[in-house]
Design a protein around this ligand. Structure first.
Ligand code: ADP
Ligand code: MG
Length: 258
């Protein structure tokens, strides 16, 4: 894999050596000329291994664009996106796909489930796509998919196809699918937007267990910061700009840095 590893001599380099995600002065423009949209302006941020970071902002503030850049589904117009110490713009499309499959689980805002596969088959998909599974690996994958669906309150629906599931159930299937390969980084785009409070708690507990047991890092977007309260750090986006970072500080007022 052709890769550019950032120098570790500078303090910036030292940060990049340990972060799962690092963005430096990133801009994203869609289209050009008068009709162009400047979706992200000069974004610099990082996610450390095992850290949970939320990105909050109203609709249209750039959350999906930011998450798609980190997930390597889109490319920055300007600035550096570094994932696991690799400068993404220097990687071939194939290397990016490999890196994505190896280390990232993605919960899409629109779920993106396969309608002709059952909930369990959808959850197993990332493992199945990694290549031919031996019988024992297939059994393990089925077991793990069953466990995840169970932990998300969906044991009775594991054989259902997405058209038979409601939005909350589809969202939870999409969450289970993002976790099945125990990725180093989970990127979740408004993963609790369709859930009631009981299900939100289930999802946050599951994320916290993954964080604790597997050192998984999370980058989670939300329109309402009160909906997703477990993040160690919350980034606030407004019209494509990062306007504040709040570090969770229980029983003390949040320290806001501009
Ligand atoms: P959010 O997820 O916070 O709702 P988005 O990242 O989806 O925000 O959108 C940020 C801005 O970029 C919006 O103005 C949106 O209309 C625009 N945008 C997003 N995707 C595209 C695209 N593919 N082409 C043109 N404009 C886009
Ligand atoms: Mg969005």
């Amino acid at each position: 894999m052709e890769a550019t590893v950032l120098s570790e001599s500078s303090s910036e380099g030292k940060r990049a050596a340990v972060d799962v995600v690092r963005l430096s002065h990133v801009h994203k423009l869609y289209g050009g000329g008068l009709g162009g949209v400047h979706a992200l302006h000069d974004i610099s941020m990082h996610v450390a291994p095992g850290e949970m970071v939320s990105v909050c902002g109203p609709s249209g503030s750039g959350k999906t664009t930011l998450l798609n850049l980190v997930g390597m589904l889109e490319q920055a117009t300007e600035g550096g996106v570094v994932i696991a110490n690799l400068l993404i713009s220097k990687l071939s499309e194939m290397a990016r796909a490999e890196l994505r499959n190896d280390m990232i689980g993605f919960v899409f805002q629109s779920f993106s489930l396969i309608p002709v596969m059952s909930a369990r088959e959808n959850v197993m998909l990332p493992l199945v796509l990694r290549g031919r599974l031996e019988h024992s690996q297939m059994v393990d994958a089925e077991l793990r998919a069953g466990e995840l669906l169970d932990q998300l309150g969906l044991s009775a629906q594991s054989g259902y196809y997405p058209p038979k599931l409601d939005a909350s159930q589809c969202q939870r299937v999409a969450i289970a699918r993002a976790l099945i390969s125990r990725p180093r980084l989970v990127i979740a785009d408004e993963p609790v937007s369709r859930l009631d409070n009981g299900c939100i708690r289930m999802v946050m507990d599951l994320f916290a267990r993954q964080q604790r047991d597997h050192g998984t890092a999370f980058l989670v977007s939300t329109r309402d910061q009160r909906q997703f309260t477990r993040a160690g750090r919350a980034l606030q986006l407004s019209e494509g700009r990062l306007v504040a970072t709040a570090r969770a500080a229980p029983r003390r007022p949040l320290r806001v840095q501009l």
